[in-house]
Design a protein around this ligand. Structure first.
Ligand SMILES: *Cc1c(COP(=O)(O)O)cnc(C)c1O
Length: 352
């Protein structure tokens, strides 16, 4: 096997899915790899992972394992809607901007009803407006709301904000779905329990992200309103999301949840974002575009500065949230972060 150039492997902060697999997930995969197990989820690892979720969330929820977040969100929303229904989301929502129409596709046409937003957060007011905008037969009937926690712009809905959103949902007879690709980071940020951040506050379905939390792949779909899970297993199978060697999707969750790595990883990533944000804040010509509340830092800087930083080999995206985005993960290295901040400081000075 030819070696990969080590320079290609240096840490970047462009995305939290650039990171590898954390030891706890890796070890559980290794253990699951000893011997044979029944296929398609009828195995001890899958049962243990589902129980670990029920334990963590302190409730008898229905739990399913799929390969990625797009599938988790799309299939969960499809299970809340008929094809003529509408799903209220905010304009920054991953379901709207980054899923290639999958929510509409898997729901056979349920339309996303998109609310404008200042900071990438949906508000009770915008839910109310979209839910009451039209009552006639010609417009899709609003049926569900989806929010992202933590948001695509690195913000976190407080428990009070979540409570107000779920009250608006109840008032208008809407189900509430949470895209939790970074759910762990939100829990770490708020210091509340997973139950408080979901079913105790009116969330009906959660997509809990494993990939960005330190796994190779996989998201869990948790139905707190168990009636909404009817035939979800068939939906997953039809969508190509039923893993035949399911234990390799579920065992990493056992490693993550039973060891507490899910929360440790998120706490580390959030702490790195805080540290990074604090350093960036003091650089002339550069400012934080969003408050740092989870594992993301959004940086506004003139293009000549960003161009110089790219020239020094750093990668980052600017198409999300209107600024340069930096994401931190379970293994973010403070030395490497500090090296970036030094480079940014120098590039900012050069560009003056
Ligand atoms: C990463 C992410 C997802 C999942 O994306 P996949 O690439 O399909 O796994 C979903 N929602 C948000 C907000 C994300 O950041």
């Amino acid at each position: 096997m030819t070696e990969i150039d080590q320079r290609e492997l240096a840490q970047q902060f462009a995305s939290d899915n650039y990171a590898g697999i954390c030891p706890e997930a890796w070890q559980a995969m290794e253990e699951a790899n000893r011997g044979h197990a029944t296929a398609y989820g009828d195995d001890p690892w899958t049962e243990r992972a589902a129980d670990a979720f029920r334990n963590l969330f302190e409730t008898e929820c229905e739990v399913y394992f799929v390969f990625n977040g797009t599938a988790a969100n799309s299939l969960a929303l499809a299970s809340l809607c008929q094809s003529y229904h509408g799903v209220i989301c905010c304009d920054q929502a991953h379901v709207e901007t980054d899923e290639c129409g999958a929510p509409e596709f898997f729901s056979n046409g349920s339309k996303l009803l998109v609310a404008g937003s200042a900071e990438g957060k949906l508000t009770p007011q915008s839910i109310h407006e979209l839910a009451t905008k039209r009552q006639d037969i010609h417009y899709p009937k609003p049926r569900a709301v989806t929010i992202t926690q933590a948001t695509e712009t690195g913000r976190v809905y407080s428990l009070a904000e979540l409570g107000a959103i779920s009250a608006a949902c109840r008032r208008h007879g809407l189900s509430l779905h949470m895209d939790g690709a970074r759910f762990a980071n939100a829990v770490a940020s708020l210091g509340c329990s997973p139950a408080e951040l979901t079913w105790k506050n009116g969330v009906d379905v959660l997509c809990f992200g494993g990939t960005k939390n330190g796994m190779a792949a996989g998201e869990a779909v948790l139905f707190f309103d168990r009636r909404l899970a009817a035939d979800f297993d068939y939906r997953c199978k039809q969508a190509g999301q039923l893993s035949s060697k399911m234990r390799f999707l579920s065992a990493p969750w056992v490693g993550m949840l039973e060891s507490g790595a899910w929360l440790r990883n998120a706490r580390h990533a959030n702490a790195c974002a805080q540290r990074f944000g604090a350093q960036i804040g003091g650089i002339p010509g550069v400012r934080l575009a969003q408050a740092v509340e989870a594992n993301a830092v959004f940086v506004s800087a003139p293009e000549p500065i960003l161009e110089r930083v790219r020239g020094r080999g750093w990668r980052f995206y600017t198409f999300i949230g209107g600024a340069a985005r930096f994401m931190f993960s379970w293994d973010s290295d403070t030395k490497r972060m500090d090296a970036f901040c030094r480079d940014l400081r120098e590039c900012a000075a050069e560009a003056q």
